[in-house]
Design a protein. Structure first.
Length: 220
């Protein structure tokens, strides 16, 4: 579905891109790949020019939690240790790890792209519900900067064996975490598709604008 957003560019941090047709894929298998690709995206004059002229370009980070693995592997190699906690004579390099992740994510979201982070879920014993998988040093800057966090729930297959689109939730429940900053956006989409999602966002903003007395906004 994310490949159906407008002008998709993938940063795949996990395998599975062979099944996606018609999308630009930037090879990403290490921290150096990730840094280089983000640098390209944030400095390419042609892409930035399109953004300045109002074009929508969607960057999709697939397997977002694995960005932390790439970063930790880089730091282990830098300090010649097997674990980031062993660096600096056992004091670790956790601050450096956190700073690197914040800097990378901040760079990616700062120039005007629509950025989609795809991640898996994990059951948290602390909150007793499903949360986003991954190290907090990776997930926190994503969560803190996201306008929308959607929880997707599979619906199985129909009588013909075809997969039924997942449902999407945009508010937290006792079972899972989700969120939207748009107060008038629907809390649930029965069939999550790129088109249904875009409509839900636009409708939510329109209702917010009507409530706030804002006019003259184009959604083209």
């Amino acid at each position: 579905q994310s490949s159906r957003f407008k002008n998709p560019i993938f940063l795949p941090c996990e395998k599975g891109m062979n099944a996606v047709n018609g999308a630009l894929v930037l090879r990403t298998r290490s921290w150096s790949d990730l840094k280089r690709n983000v640098a390209k995206l944030t400095s390419n004059k042609n892409l930035l020019g399109l953004l300045e002229n109002g074009e929508t370009i969607t960057i999709i980070v697939d397997g977002a939690e694995r960005m932390g693995n790439y970063c930790k592997n880089y730091l282990c190699s830098k300090y010649n240790v097997s674990n980031v906690g062993d660096a600096n004579n056992g004091y670790g390099c956790w601050s450096e790890y956190e700073d690197l992740m914040w800097s990378l994510i901040d760079s990616l979201i700062s120039v005007g792209y629509t950025v989609v982070f795809l991640a898996h879920r994990t059951f948290s014993q602390e909150t007793n519900r499903y949360e986003i998988t991954g190290d907090s040093r990776v997930i926190k800057p994503i969560k803190d900067n996201s306008d929308i966090i959607a929880y997707l729930e599979g619906n199985g297959v129909d009588e013909n064996g075809n997969e039924i689109p997942s449902s999407a939730y945009f508010v937290a429940t006792e079972d899972f975490y989700a969120r939207t900053r748009y107060d008038y956006m629907v809390s649930y989409i029965k069939e999550f598709t790129a088109e249904n999602f875009e409509k839900a966002v636009v409708d939510g903003i329109k209702k917010q604008n009507e409530h706030d007395g804002v006019s003259g906004v184009s959604f083209e």
